[in-house]
Design a protein around this ligand. Structure first.
Ligand code: F6P
Length: 759
């Protein structure tokens, strides 16, 4: 994926230019550069006069030395000439003055008159203005810009005395000083320029290295195709923060950098880490069920944690979801390949429906999956039932779904996300059909300890089936450990406890905890009224007192959910703390599920009976403490209940995660409401700010409901705030993202291993 360089309007470009210039001026390198230039100017200003001074001093010393030499060499002749004046002295002086370095020679007598002077002798030099001492003296006489150096040497011949004047023109000294100034300035400028160039070269070299690593990072982040692209094609003008934000997710994760997980992040993850990869999901339950009711086709979104979690992921990723077509109008709504594009309102992925016969459903779904594995894996003290005929159907249906996966796969190495305990054999069957597939199996329910698991008659078969996966995911580390313990006890496999992997028949399967979550924000929140309005409409719908304190429970009518236990707790509270009678109302929304099974119908009957008893015990005319609503509730209704509630009670006897807990938290942007949560639900490992209860302890749960009723608003806010933060960050996109990132890493490793083998 590359970032398209869009043309921005001129005003934006001018602003961008100004911003760049301002940034450049504020850059530390620019500041240091300006400081260096300032220092160079100071040095030039200070050193240039110093150089002139030095040169001037040297020139004067030089001139004085030469004047002395001249005087010594002619002293005798001058003395004689003065003693016996003759034209000879004139000639001698004129001849000496021909030396180009001498300007003129002259003789001042004792009366201060210039007695002899060569032709060039300047008028500005007058004997009476010179200081004529007994020793050699030197002076400088200025005439406009011209400077004349005058050396006076005392001469005494008999009674006569005077001074011989040796004059040098200092113009050459000025020229020397000028040149010295010039050369020193030029040298300093040269040095400054040299140093500047050198440091620029160093900075450029550093920047080139930096730019290259930035480009590499940009390419790795998928924002450009190649680091050798032309600068104009490169998105370097993008703000560095944007680039950093878009660095590869994998690296961010590895470095513990916070990532905001969203459909977008997941989508980008697929593009960046798994380009061109086909994603297939397999589950028993389909995300959209079409039913025919009173001659009209209706659409139902099932009450299923699996669907609530995986559907938003598929919306973000695209691909194909293969599931059992269980609706009465499902066949009417597919094409000739049993496919339809979903979500129906705005399709982003394809749903492939697999049809099951009644016998298959009986044996595979109701029998082996829900009367066998379901009670086996949940510690709910319902005895599992294992029938050979169910097992046969379970195997046959797993084969049928494996065929469907092979039919739907367009490539030979898709990522297949196998969901749940309905398909324990499927990973191995897919592996046989698509050996290069990356198979991630997620087990949505708990995995029991090996003692419990050991009673399962086909334990070796389902362990073998699962170990065809590339990765097996559970909600919690406890379930991972239970699974590894089971392989240790029952399979001839190699366990690597460092990597948390199991190798069976040369194939390694990673065992990982990926705590499932919900989409954030939940789409069911989109059309919700404010909490107060939700409360008003719930009060109206159920005919509750205006000041009612509302507790809610929302789930499938399943014996693992502890519905009876929470009804008993409400009963206990109203008995122990009668002040809540007339005020506390508990609304239980329970979606009928697996109603063909005796354990489920028995539960429903028992619950209806119990609610009747409690209502009779504590209810009055116009006050019914418990409302049990047995029907399917769509997500919008569920969220309205959550928003109307003072508390949500989740008392699962055993639960993989329980997404209702996270949905309740997500529904309360007003940060009100208390979550009462069973310690046997995986969610209690994450939502520590809930009131954690043991659903088997009726009195303890009753006290927790009392505590929730009395909890001050600020405490509710503090608890809810922390839980919302947690669920927001650890949403379902993160759940899927982590599995896909692990898959991407393994695929890269495999492709390296394959290329090594090919060589
Ligand atoms: O909790 C286990 C589970 O399979 C979930 O994954 C799913 O949400 C729920 O049971 C629904 O069960 P069913 O599809 O049988 O109604």
């Amino acid at each position: 994926m590359s970032v398209a360089a869009g043309r921005s309007p001129p005003r934006t470009r001018a602003r961008a230019r100004r911003v760049r210039v301002t940034r450049l001026l504020r850059h530390p390198l620019t500041r240091y550069g300006a400081l260096a230039v300032f220092a160079a100017i100071v040095m030039i200003v200070a050193l240039a006069p110093l150089a002139s001074l030095l040169v001037d001093g040297w020139s004067r010393q030089d001139v004085e030395l030469r004047a002395r030499l001249v005087f010594r060499s002619i002293r005798e002749q001058v003395s004689q000439g003065i003693a016996a004046p003759s034209a000879e002295l004139d000639r001698l002086l004129d001849r000496l003055a021909e030396d180009e370095r001498l300007l003129a020679l002259g003789f001042c007598n004792e009366a201060g008159q210039l007695e002899y002077a060569t032709a060039q002798f300047p008028k500005s030099v007058a004997c009476d203005r010179l200081e004529r001492a007994r020793a050699d003296t030197f002076d400088i006489v200025r005439d406009g810009n011209r400077r004349t150096h005058v050396s006076l040497f005392p001469v005494t011949i008999g009674a006569r005395s005077g001074h011989l004047l040796v004059l040098h023109d200092l113009a050459y000294s000025d020229a020397r000083a000028y040149h010295a100034r010039l050369y020193s300035t030029l040298s300093l400028i040269g040095i400054a320029v040299g140093l500047g160039l050198l440091s620029t070269a160093i900075v450029l070299a550093m920047m080139r290295g930096w730019t290259r690593s930035l480009r590499t990072a940009i390419v790795r982040a998928g924002l450009a195709d190649s680091i050798d692209m032309a600068p104009s094609e490169f998105p370097v003008s993008r703000d560095i923060h944007t680039l950093l934000k878009e660095l590869r997710l994998e690296r961010k994760l590895a470095e513990g950098i916070h990532i905001d997980w969203s459909p977008n992040t997941l989508h980008r993850l697929l593009l960046d880490e798994l380009p061109e990869t086909e994603v297939l999901v397999v589950s028993n339950r389909e995300p959209y069920i079409h039913n025919r009711e009173n001659g009209v086709v209706t659409l139902q979104i099932p009450a299923s944690g699996l669907v609530a979690a995986v559907e938003p992921v598929m919306r973000a990723c695209g691909g194909t979801w293969i599931a059992h077509g269980s609706g009465t109008a499902d066949r009417e709504t597919v094409d000739k390949n049993d496919r339809l594009a979903v979500p129906p309102a705005d399709p982003t992925y394809s749903l492939r429906r697999v049809w099951l016969t009644d016998e298959e459903q009986e044996g595979y779904y109701y029998g082996l999956a829900n009367e066998g594995l379901w009670p086996l894996c949940h510690v709910a003290f319902v005895r599992p039932t294992f029938r050979e005929s169910d097992w046969e159907q379970y195997k046959a249906v797993n084969e049928r779904f494996a065929d469907a996966v092979a039919e739907e796969a367009v490539t030979d190495d898709p990522i297949v996300l196998v969901q749940d305990y309905h398909f324990a054999l499927l990973p191995r069957l897919i592996r046989e059909r698509l050996p290069r597939a990356t198979i991630i199996t997620f087990w949505h329910i708990p995995w029991p300890n090996s003692e419990t698991f050991s009673i399962f008659p086909w334990r070796d078969e389902i362990m073998d089936g699962l170990l065809g996966s590339t990765i097996i995911g559970f909600h919690t580390h406890l379930h991972c450990n239970n699974f590894i313990e089971a392989t240790d006890r029952f399979m001839e496999s190699r366990i690597d406890r460092e990597r948390d992997s199991v190798t069976l028949g040369g194939h390694e399967t990673l065992i990982r905890a990926y705590p499932i979550s919900i989409e954030w924000p939940p789409s069911a929140l989109a059309e919700q009224d404010p909490p107060q309005q939700c409360r008003n409409s719930v009060i109206q719908r159920f005919g509750l007192p205006a000041d009612a304190r509302i507790a809610v429970g929302v789930e499938r009518f399943d014996y693992t959910k502890g519905i009876l236990d929470r009804i008993r707790a409400v009963d206990d509270l109203l008995s122990q703390q009668p002040e809540w009678r007339g005020k506390l109302v508990f609304i239980q929304a329970a979606a009928p599920t697996r109603s063909k099974l005796g354990a489920y119908t028995a539960l429903q009957d028992e619950a209806v009976g119990l609610v009747g008893e409690v209502n009779a015990r504590h209810g009055t005319d116009g006050y019914q403490p418990i409302h049990l609503v047995i029907r399917h509730h769509d997500p919008r209704e569920v969220f309205e209940l959550f928003r109307a509630a003072d508390m949500c009670i989740i008392s699962s006897l055993h639960d993989g995660m329980n997404l209702v807990a996270k949905e309740f938290v997500a529904s309360r942007e007003d940060e009100r409401g208390v979550l009462i949560l069973s310690s046997f639900a995986g969610a209690s490992r994450e939502l520590h700010e809930a009131l954690i209860v043991n659903p088997y302890d009726t009195r303890g749960m009753a006290l927790a409901i009392g505590q929730a009723l009395r909890m001050p608003e600020n405490e509710q806010r503090d608890r809810m705030h922390l839980m919302r933060d947690f669920v927001r960050q650890r949403n379902v996109y993160r759940w899927a993202g982590q599995m896909l990132l692990d898959a991407a890493r393994l695929r890269r490793r495999d492709s390296i291993l394959r290329s090594v083998e090919d060589e």
